[in-house]
Design a protein around this ligand. Structure first.
Ligand code: GLC
Length: 455
């Protein structure tokens, strides 16, 4: 016993930022450069499509409906028995994602309800046993790959259907009374559930070719919650890395206290004020966002964001060095509804002419101050600065301290020249202010962008 304690203690180091962090296991060792290279496509591409699809598309009132309405397995079964997305055409989905400028897709292979979109050997609660009868994942993977879109899976660590998943503080079913819950949980074996996670992830990571991103969701450690010990996260990640060494994994398996147990952080449905940091280091990040608030198809939700808001969101995320994973919740017929199509088309229209201000771009160096009512993105390889003008000013835009820093300026949508002047008295001074001469009429695009060719 003493030996075990000592061993565990020696595996845990007090790092210089004052946070307990576990020593990197041999299989997880990687230099920062190697990690950067592994993630290079992802930090370049910036924009992906999230797809939340499952039985909850039928009630069409939130993907947490089983939990929110405390629905028993028995009563949830009606959605299983009526699941038949007869209009499912993943080629059409892939075409829409591509037209919107999305470069990767992340599909919910299984959400918290436990329903599996593929023909898993380890459960009956899967699409092939519904009236639809067919696997949904392989056709989607093929269709998106054919469009050059990379593939990611979302896989819920939580499972409200599995008989060995212990009841906890968010489980929709099971006794509320702590003693009764304890007794009920005595019949549930988390070890068996851990094996289920490994078996299913092995299927997902061996049957569908190279998988680029894995979004595991989610941990809620503490009283009646679940965290890395419940998931056996370290061994789970070890397995994942063995099966798909290049895969990019999110940070929701409760290994945040380590530097090796996650690849990126996942701010959900909010905009970080600045590039997120962990232990004082900027880290890769991807914010996942919805069109309207819920992730699954929600018929009667009326809080849809406008195309403009979504385009600005993509720009803002890029301007802070992050990725945007924007969600669509398909209907139970297997289609994107008109509101979603409208948003995707609008974003696509903007991306068609402006995507080079997004792909390969990141936060601008601090020497470039942000002009009023603008956002900046920066392409370090092409050496261009993109000024996204959120509010079109009257005839001129002041660039504070930009003199001598760029040689040419144009509107990105039509490559028309923008002439500029340095302010009197500062002509020669490097770092003086510059005024751009803008047309009075705002270019008719969602967000006009000015492209500066830097010195
Ligand atoms: C959450 C929710 C969920 C959604 C997800 C997306 O934690 O539980 O319904 O799938 O985040 O990030």
């Amino acid at each position: 016993m003493k030996k075990v304690v000592l061993l565990t203690l020696s595996m845990i180091l007090w790092n210089n930022t004052g946070i307990w962090s576990q020593e990197t296991p041999a299989w997880a060792k990687e230099t920062p450069k190697q990690k950067e290279e592994r993630m290079a496509w992802w930090t370049h591409d910036r924009f992906g499509m999230f797809i939340h699809w499952g039985l909850y598309a039928l009630p069409a009132r939130h993907e947490w409906i089983k939990q929110r309405e405390k629905i028993s397995d028995e009563n949830y079964q009606k959605y299983f028995e009526h699941f038949n997305p007869d209009l499912y055409n993943p080629k059409a989905w892939a075409a829409k994602a591509k037209a919107a400028g999305m470069k990767y897709v992340v599909l919910t292979a299984k959400h918290h309800e436990g329903f599996c979109l593929w023909d898993s050997k380890y459960t009956d609660f899967k699409v092939t046993n519904t009236p639809y009868k067919k696997d949904l994942i392989k056709p989607l993977v093929d269709a998106f790959r054919a469009e050059g879109i990379r593939i990611g899976f979302y896989y819920s660590l939580i499972d409200w259907h599995h008989p060995d998943f212990p009841y906890d503080r968010i489980h929709p079913n099971g006794p509320q009374d702590p003693e009764a819950r304890k007794a009920a949980n005595a019949q549930r074996d988390i070890k068996k559930y851990q094996k289920y996670l490994k078996d299913q992830l092995t299927e997902l990571l061996t049957q569908f070719g190279p998988i680029d991103e894995l979004f595991l969701d989610f941990s809620y450690p503490g009283e009646n919650g679940k965290g890395h010990e419940d998931w056996d996260s370290e061994n789970l990640l070890k397995l994942i890395r063995r099966l798909q060494p290049q895969i990019i994994v999110d940070n929701r398996m409760d290994l945040d206290h380590t530097d090796w147990g996650w690849d990126y952080v996942t701010p959900e449905q909010f905009m970080p004020q600045e590039w997120p940091t962990v232990r004082n280091q900027r880290v890769p990040w991807e914010t996942c966002q919805t069109f309207s608030g819920s992730w699954g198809y929600y018929r009667d939700e009326y809080s849809w964001k406008s195309v403009h808001q979504l385009v600005v969101m993509l720009i803002e995320v890029t301007s802070k060095g992050g990725n945007l994973l924007l969600n669509v919740g398909p209907t139970a017929r297997g289609t994107f509804d008109d509101r979603a199509n409208n948003r995707l088309e609008g974003i696509g229209k903007w991306m068609y002419a402006h995507n080079r201000s997004i792909y390969g771009c990141t936060q601008a160096p601090p020497e470039f101050k942000i002009p009023s009512n603008c956002l900046l993105t920066y392409h370090p390889v092409a050496k261009r600065l993109y000024i996204h003008v959120l509010e079109w000013p009257f005839k001129s835009l002041l660039l504070p301290g930009y003199a001598g820093k760029f040689k040419y300026a144009q509107l990105l949508n039509d490559a028309s020249e923008i002439r500029f002047r340095t302010q009197s008295g500062t002509e020669t001074s490097q770092g003086g202010n510059v005024t751009l001469d803008l047309p009075v009429q705002r270019p008719d695009v969602e967000v006009p962008v000015i492209e500066l060719f830097l010195e």
